[in-house]
Design a protein around this ligand. Structure first.
Ligand code: LAC
Ligand code: ZN
Length: 473
């Protein structure tokens, strides 16, 4: 006997776009971590918004959970399928519908990889400001539904700032088409901002209209050494002032991470000696090839004179620029070589960064005096990454490390996720970041938009009203 929901799905979007049983490809059964494996009822691969709408109508009629998957680069189990649920893969929906050079917008289906969209925009002379390490796999729908931040947020903001229009399919199949091209739209509730960052729990993002910027003519990149974190504030402010607001990236690395990358790639030339307390990769983009590089050099020169920077190298070619970025982007392999570690993407006010680092390190070392702690981040955005190895990798150890980090974050009224989201992994720790009234509001929104709890259920928010946080021993 065929499951009636599966028959209905096959009828609606075509047999060959519905995988069931042993035909389900392994990638759809797990997530980036690869440690959990689900047995979805089926995988559906719609080709259009109408297909997605049909899938949601059928899911609602049969009360089947739906987990939308993009590039599956999510680190917090946000894209992990529900047991016997529908995996809604948008990997066929990669079409660019419109590139409007007058409005400076690009409208695209949600399954398109970010890099593909960046390249299409670049060909027409435009920049998609959003950029992140996983650009090759992460999709537009994924970066929107997680409100990704990435490497240039200090200048152009997070994904939310780039979405002018959005089309989403609601739980019952309703298509909410808000594909507008203008920045200003105060005609009623701006519902797209509910969808952005909701990790597929309030609707399925199917298309978006993104705001483009003219492709900058110049990119200036430098790798700098600093004496202490206290100098970060003055440096960021002075450089941005001297460059007229052109600073696009401001990536901090504490020395442990810099040394780890240097040790892993001994054939690479170290841009700066290992002896400094803090490193920052700074990049600016502008429109004046004759003037920008000299202005950048002068701004750094001033910073060196005032001792905010103690040593610096400026990339003199695209090749040198790529080499400098490699020290920031090629951190995955060196980290994995150290064995399993716990990774965090917390957010705090800039002024709280030093204290949050100090508290986190102290709290982790209370349980694990020899813990290996890497700290880096998008400092201009108040976004810190901790990657922590404690010599054991199990639920109890993970809990101890979580509590150490989240305690420090809560003390600063920060966020337990600045960019990677909450998913399943951090759901029950939401109260470290959100107050009870906020959590109540989130539950109200979830109930209103997804009354049967079929949209990525169990993610982001614990819907059990009596749940106020896990018991902490
Ligand atoms: C980074 C990712 C992990 O900043 O957010 O490298
Ligand atoms: Zn990051």
């Amino acid at each position: 006997m065929t499951n009636p929901a599966i028959s209905a799905l096959a009828e609606a979007i075509g047999d060959r776009h519905v995988q069931t049983g042993d035909d389900i490809e392994p990638r759809f059964r797990t997530d980036l971590r690869g440690t959990l494996h689900a047995a979805p009822l089926c995988v559906v691969r719609p080709g259009s918004t109408e297909d997605v709408s049909a899938v949601m109508r059928i899911a609602t009629a049969h009360h089947i959970p739906v987990t939308t998957q993009g590039g599956r680069t999510n680190t917090v189990r946000g894209a992990m399928s529900a047991e016997t649920g529908i995996v809604l893969s948008l990997d066929r929906m990669t079409r660019i519908d419109d590139l409007d050079i007058k409005s400076m917008t690009l409208t695209v289906q949600a399954g398109a990889p970010l890099q593909m969209v960046q390249e299409a925009a670049a060909e027409a002379g435009f920049l998609v400001p959003l950029d992140l390490g996983s650009r090759g796999s992460a999709t537009i729908g994924g970066v929107i539904s997680t409100n990704a931040g990435g490497l240039r947020a200090v200048r152009w903001g997070v994904a939310r700032e780039m979405v002018l229009g959005l089309e989403a399919v609601l739980a019952d199949g309703t298509v909410a088409d808000g594909l507008k091209k203008m920045l200003k739209d105060n005609a009623g509730y701006d519902w797209k901002h509910l969808m952005i960052g909701s990790e597929g729990t309030l609707g399925v993002v199917t298309r978006a209209t993104l705001r483009l910027r003219p492709m900058p003519a110049t990119t200036m990149t430098a790798f700098c050494a600093l004496q202490s974190f206290d100098d970060v504030y003055d440096l960021l402010r002075d450089l941005d002032r001297d460059m007229g607001g052109q600073i696009t990236s401001f990536e901090l690395m504490w020395p442990e991470l810099y040394h780890l990358v240097l040790d892993h790639y001994p054939e690479r030339t170290a841009p700066l000696p290992r002896t400094f307390p803090l490193y920052v990769l700074v990049e600016a983009m502008g429109g004046d090839p004759a003037g920008d590089p000299a202005r950048f050099e002068a701004a750094l020169g001033t910073a060196i004179e005032s001792k905010l920077v103690i040593d610096a190298v400026i990339a003199q070619s695209e090749r040198e620029r790529a080499d400098l970025w490699a020290f920031r982007e090629d951190i995955g392999l060196p980290m994995r070589a150290k064995g399993p570690m716990y990774a965090f993407d917390v957010g705090v006010g800039l002024s709280d960064i030093p204290e949050t680092v100090r508290r986190t390190v102290a709290a982790v070392r209370t349980d694990y005096p020899d813990a290996f702690i890497l700290t880096y981040g998008h400092a201009g955005d108040g976004n810190l990454h901790f990657v922590i190895g404690v010599g054991e990798y199990n639920d109890a150890a993970e809990r101890r490390v979580d509590l150490a980090v989240f305690g420090a974050v809560k003390a600063a009224r920060g966020s337990i996720s600045a960019e990677h989201g909450i998913g399943l992994a951090k759901r029950d720790d939401l109260h470290f970041s959100r107050r009870p009234g906020e959590i109540a509001l989130m539950r109200t929104l979830k109930r209103a938009l997804d009354p049967d709890n079929i949209l990525n259920p169990g993610k982001v928010i614990n819907m059990d009203e009596t749940f106020t946080g896990p018991v902490v021993a």
